[in-house]
Write a protein that binds this ligand. Structure first.
Ligand code: 6R9
Length: 660
C-alpha cells in the first residue's frame, strides 16, 4: 500500500532526490464503502461553492422552514448563512432520529474512570432527558438568548445540559473543567451568565476534582448568576446556597419529558466558547444554530465516514471546540453512537485507552498528537496487549503531527490498515477545514492534506500575495464557510481586528497559523505565528500568562514563551523580573508556578521560571520574545539591531545555562 515516491519524481534536483516522501493510498476496501469515493467532489464544489453548500444544507439537515438565500455577504465580515431559515440543532440531533429506527440506538456509551461505572443512553432516552432538563431550565426563568455557563467533567449530563440550553434557545458557554475558579469567573462575567450548571465533582487519575467548590469560589464575584444547578456524580457533601443552588434531580422534579424545540433563526446564537488570543483577555467565539449544524454535520459524515454501525470515539474533552463539534453536535446530528470516557488516558494503567477500544469495539478513533507521542514513549507493549482490529479509521487534531508519531499511530494502533485523517481547524472555524477525505485522499505523514470541498485556503506573504510552492507564509481562508464564527461576544471590533485585518484592503480570514503548500497542493501547517502557545493541543495566550504573573506581588515584569517539548509540543517558560525587595529563590519559583496553576489551571503551569533583572526589549518597549526563544533553543539570535540593551540578553543566556 505504501508507495515510495520522491525518487521517481520528474524534478531531479538534489533536494528532491534526497527527499523520500511516502504516500499512503486509501485502501481499496475502505474506498468502496466510503461516503465519499469520488474525487470529483472537489471539482463540483469549486465550480459553484454556493450551490455546493446549498445542496448540503437542503439535503443533510432538517429545517422547520426553508431558507431563502444561502449567503448574505452584504455586511462582511459579518457574514450570514441560510437567510430566513428556521431550525434548531437539537431537532437534528434528537427528534429526527427518534422518528426512525434509531430511536433505541445507543447515542452515548459512557465509561467512567472507575471501571464499573458504565452507562448506555439511547437516542430516545437522551431526547427525554434533554426535554425534561430543558423544562427545568425554563422553570428557573431561563429564556431564549440568556447565557448559561456549564462547568462539568465528562459525564452524559454535560451533553444533556448543552442540548437542553440549545433546545430552548439559551446560549451555552462550556468552560473546561480543568480551568481554575478565576478563569471560570472571568468567563461567567464576560457572558453575564444567568445560570451555572455544574456537578459535585468527578474523577481524574483516581483523585476527585471538587468542581462545585471551584464554582463557589468563582461566584464570590459574579453578580449575573441567579441559580446554580448541581449534578450529583459522587455523593460529595457540598455547600448548597439556599434559593440559589439546586440539585439536578430536584430541579427537574415533576417536569414533563416533552418539550418542543424553540424555533430558531439560522443566525440565532447557539453557544459561546472562550479561547485564547494574543491579548490577556480570552475571546468569546460565537457560533449559531444553522451554519454550525450544516458544517459539523457534513464534516463528521465525510471525514469520519460515519455509518450506523460505527462506535465513534473522540477523546477530546467537551470543554474544547473539538468536543463541541465532534463529541456532541456533529456525531449526534448524524445519529452516530458516541463513546465518552470520563478519566485520564493512562489510568489506572497505560493501556486504559486501548482496553476501552477493545472492550467497546471502537471503529473510528480521533485524538491529539500529544497523546500519541506520550503513548509512543510508554512503549508498544501497552497497545499490543489488546485486540484493536475493530478500528477502521483514525484521526488527529490540535497541532501538527510529526511524521514519526504519524507512522507509529498508523502501524501500532491502526495495524497498517486504517487511514489517518489529520484535521486542521480552530475554535473559530467551528468545523474541520483542511483534511483528507479518507476514501479518496492520498496521505503524506505530517500533512493535513487539502481544504475540505467548498473551503478555499491559501498561504500568503506579508503583502497578501500567494506564496510559491514550499515557501512558508500566513495561512488564510479566502472565502466564508457555514460554520464560521459570527463575532466575538460583546466585541465586534476585536472580531474584525483579530481575524479580518491582517492584509490592508483585502478581506480574508487570518488564522494565526503559518503554513506552506507543496507542489501537489498539500498543506503543511507550521504552527502559530502569533503569541499563542499550543500546549498538548490546547491554546494558551502568552499575554494571559504574563498578566497573571505580574499580578503577583513579587513580580514586576514577565515574558512567557513556548519551549519545544517532546510530548506536549510546547510548554510555557516564564522570564520574570522581580520587584525591589524580592530575591530569587526556589520557594518563590514554586510559589509562582502554583500561582499560575491556581489562576488559570494546571495546563498553564510554567515548566520553568527564570529570574532575570531585565527583559530584552525593542527601543519602542516591545518584549522581543523571538530572542528569548532563540536563547532557549541555542540558536543564532539573528537581527538584534532593534534591541534596546544587549546586556539583558547576556544575563538571560547566563541564567539559562545555570538552570541547565
Ligand atoms: C481544533 C482546535 C486551533 C489551533 C490552530 C493550529 C492548531 C489544530 C491542527 C493544528 C496543525 C492540525 N491545530 N489542528 N495544527 N495540524 N491538524 O484545536 O482548535 O483549540 O482553537 O486550536 O490549533 O495552530 O490554529 P483550537
Amino acid at each position: 500500500m505504501i508507495k515510495r515516491r520522491g525518487l521517481m519524481k520528474k524534478d531531479k534536483s538534489i533536494e528532491s532526490l534526497l527527499k523520500v516522501e511516502e504516500v499512503y493510498e486509501p485502501p481499496k476496501e475502505f474506498r468502496e464503502k466510503a461516503w465519499v469515493k469520488d474525487e470529483s467532489i472537489y471539482e463540483k464544489a469549486e465550480k459553484d461553492w454556493i450551490a455546493f453548500w446549498d445542496e448540503i444544507a437542503r439535503t443533510e439537515v432538517e429545517w422547520f422552514e426553508p431558507y431563502k438565500k444561502v449567503l448574505d455577504d452584504s455586511n462582511a465580515p459579518f457574514y450570514k448563512w441560510f437567510i430566513g431559515g428556521k431550525i434548531n440543532i437539537t431537532h437534528n440531533c434528537l427528534d429526527r432520529h427518534v422518528k426512525t429506527w434509531r430511536k433505541n440506538k445507543a447515542a452515548i456509551i459512557w465509561q467512567g474512570e472507575p471501571e464499573n461505572d458504565k452507562r448506555v443512553i439511547t437516542y430516545y432516552e437522551l431526547y427525554r432527558r434533554v426535554c425534561r432538563f430543558a423544562n427545568a431550565l425554563k422553570n428557573l426563568g431561563v429564556r431564549k438568548g440568556d447565557r448559561v455557563t456549564i462547568y462539568m467533567g465528562m459525564v452524559p449530563e454535560l451533553v444533556v445540559a448543552m442540548l437542553a440550553c440549545a433546545r430552548i434557545g439559551a446560549i451555552h458557554s462550556v468552560v473546561f473543567g480543568g480551568f481554575s475558579s478565576m478563569a471560570l469567573r472571568d468567563r461567567i462575567n464576560d457572558a453575564k451568565a444567568k445560570v451555572v450548571i455544574t456537578m459535585d465533582g468527578f474523577y481524574r487519575r483516581g483523585k476527585i476534582v471538587e468542581t462545585k467548590k471551584i464554582v463557589d469560589e468563582a461566584l464570590e464575584d459574579a453578580p449575573s448568576v441567579e441559580h446554580v444547578i448541581v449534578y450529583d456524580r459522587l455523593g460529595l457533601d457540598v455547600n448548597m446556597v439556599e434559593d440559589r443552588d439546586f440539585w439536578w434531580d430536584d430541579v427537574q422534579y415533576g417536569s414533563s419529558w416533552k418539550c418542543e424545540p424553540e424555533v430558531m433563526d439560522s443566525e440565532d446564537p447557539l453557544f459561546i466558547l472562550y479561547t485564547s488570543g494574543t491579548t490577556g483577555k480570552p475571546k468569546g467565539v460565537l457560533h449559531v444554530h444553522g451554519g454550525y449544524n450544516v458544517g459539523t454535520h457534513i464534516t463528521t459524515k465525510w471525514i469520519f465516514d460515519i455509518k450506523d454501525d460505527d462506535i465513534y470515539w473522540c477523546t477530546a474533552d467537551i470543554g474544547w471546540i473539538t468536543g463541541h463539534s465532534y463529541v456532541v453536535y456533529g456525531p449526534l446530528s448524524n445519529g452516530a453512537t458516541v463513546l465518552m470516557y470520563e478519566g485520564a488516558p493512562d489510568y489506572p494503567k497505560p493501556d486504559r485507552w486501548w482496553s476501552i477500544i477493545e472492550y467497546y469495539g471502537v471503529t473510528v478513533f480521533y485524538t491529539a498528537p500529544t497523546a500519541i507521542r506520550y503513548f509512543m514513549r510508554l512503549g508498544e507493549e501497552w497497545p499490543k496487549k489488546h485486540d484493536l482490529s475493530s478500528l477502521r479509521l483514525l484521526g488527529t487534531v490540535g497541532e501538527p503531527i510529526n511524521p514519526e508519531a504519524w507512522k507509529w499511530y498508523y502501524r501500532v494502533i491502526g495495524g497498517e490498515r486504517c487511514p489517518i485523517v489529520d484535521t486542521w481547524w480552530q475554535t473559530e472555524t467551528g468545523m474541520i477545514m483542511i483534511t483528507p477525505l479518507p476514501g479518496v485522499t492520498k496521505l503524506k505523514p505530517g500533512s493535513a492534506t487539502k481544504p475540505f470541498p467548498g473551503i478555499k485556503a491559501e498561504v500568503w506573504d506579508d503583502e497578501g500575495n500567494p506564496c510559491p510552492p514550499n515557501v512558508g507564509g500566513k495561512l488564510v481562508i479566502t472565502r466564508p464557510w457555514p460554520s464560521m464564527l459570527r463575532t466575538l461576544w460583546g466585541d465586534p471590533d476585536r472580531y474584525i481586528k483579530t481575524y479580518w485585518s491582517a492584509f490592508e484592503g483585502k478581506l480574508v480570514y487570518f488564522t494565526g497559523d503559518g503554513a506552506k503548500i507543496d507542489e501537489d497542493g498539500y498543506f503543511w501547517i507550521m504552527g502559530r505565528i502569533d503569541d499563542v502557545l499550543n500546549v498538548s493541543g490546547h491554546r494558551l495566550g502568552t499575554m494571559e500568562l504574563e498578566s497573571v504573573l505580574v499580578a503577583h506581588k513579587a513580580v514586576s515584569e514577565a515574558a512567557v514563551i513556548g519551549k519545544p517539548h517532546d510530548i506536549k509540543g510546547e510548554v510555557p517558560v516564564a522570564f520574570v523580573v522581580l520587584k525591589d525587595g524580592y530575591e530569587p529563590s526556589v520557594e518563590l519559583k514554586r510559589e509562582l508556578r502554583e500561582w499560575v496553576r491556581k489562576k488559570i489551571g494546571p495546563i498553564a503551569t510554567p515548566e520553568e521560571i527564570i529570574f532575570v533583572t531585565k527583559l530584552p526589549k525593542t527601543r519602542s518597549g516591545k518584549i522581543m520574545r523571538r530572542l528569548l526563544r532563540a536563547v532557549l533553543a541555542g540558536q543564532p539570535l539573528g537581527d538584534v539591531t532593534t534591541l534596546e540593551d544587549e546586556k539583558a540578553l547576556e544575563e538571560i543566556k547566563k541564567s539559562y545555562e545555570e538552570l541547565k
